[in-house]
Design a protein around this ligand. Structure first.
Ligand code: RTP
Ligand code: MG
Length: 156
């Protein structure tokens, strides 16, 4: 189902390689908790090319796709399931616009303004719809592929 059985909504959040290597994990998690999300599960993992490509499959024909895969495989990421009412849209609101450069001007209190750099290196991911959230949560936490990834790390 689309929630943890408690009526709340779930979304898939990720701290991307620039966020993890820039030591923004604790600050971002503080923002998450202060915004009343529960972190239902989390997993620190290193994406390989195949996994990053599959995750962003919707962008596979875009010119930026090879660069996106290189970026997403450049270091560990922290993947989280966040839970609250309206989790999908509330998390998208909290992270701000895709282009971190623009976020710094139009959404200065957003997470991407805090730790992102530009249109590509934007520090965090958020599912863009409830159906995306379901797919992405399955992708990392309920699929065969996530069994391989999760076996390398502890889940909460
Ligand atoms: P995300 O999926 O990571 O949460 O980001 P988003 O919805 O705000 O943006 P989306 O259009 O889904 O793009 C996915 C990620 O691809 C990189 N990107 N690079 N160079 C470019 O033109 C470009 N455009 C997008 C970003 O890392 C973006 O978050
Ligand atoms: Mg997206």
């Amino acid at each position: 189902g689309g929630n943890g059985g408690n009526g709340k909504e779930r979304t898939l959040a990720m701290i991307k390689p620039d966020g993890v290597s820039g030591n923004y994990t604790e600050e971002i998690k503080r923002i998450i908790v202060e915004a009343s999300f529960d972190i239902a599960k989390e997993m620190l993992t290193q994406l390989d090319k195949e996994t990053a490509s599959a995750f962003y499959d919707e962008h596979s024909s875009r010119s930026f796709f090879p660069d996106l895969v290189t970026y997403m495989t450049s270091g560990p990421v922290l993947v989280m399931i966040l839970e609250k009412t309206n989790a999908v849209s509330d998390w998208r609101g909290l992270i701000g616009p895709t282009d971190a450069q623009k976020a710094k001007i139009s959404h200065p209190h957003s997470i991407r303004a805090l730790c992102g750099t530009d249109l590509q290196r934007n520090c965090v991911h958020g599912s863009d719809s409830r159906s995306s959230a379901e797919r992405e949560i399955k992708f990392f936490f309920e699929d065969v592929v996530s069994g391989d990834i999760a076996s390398q790390h502890d889940e909460l």
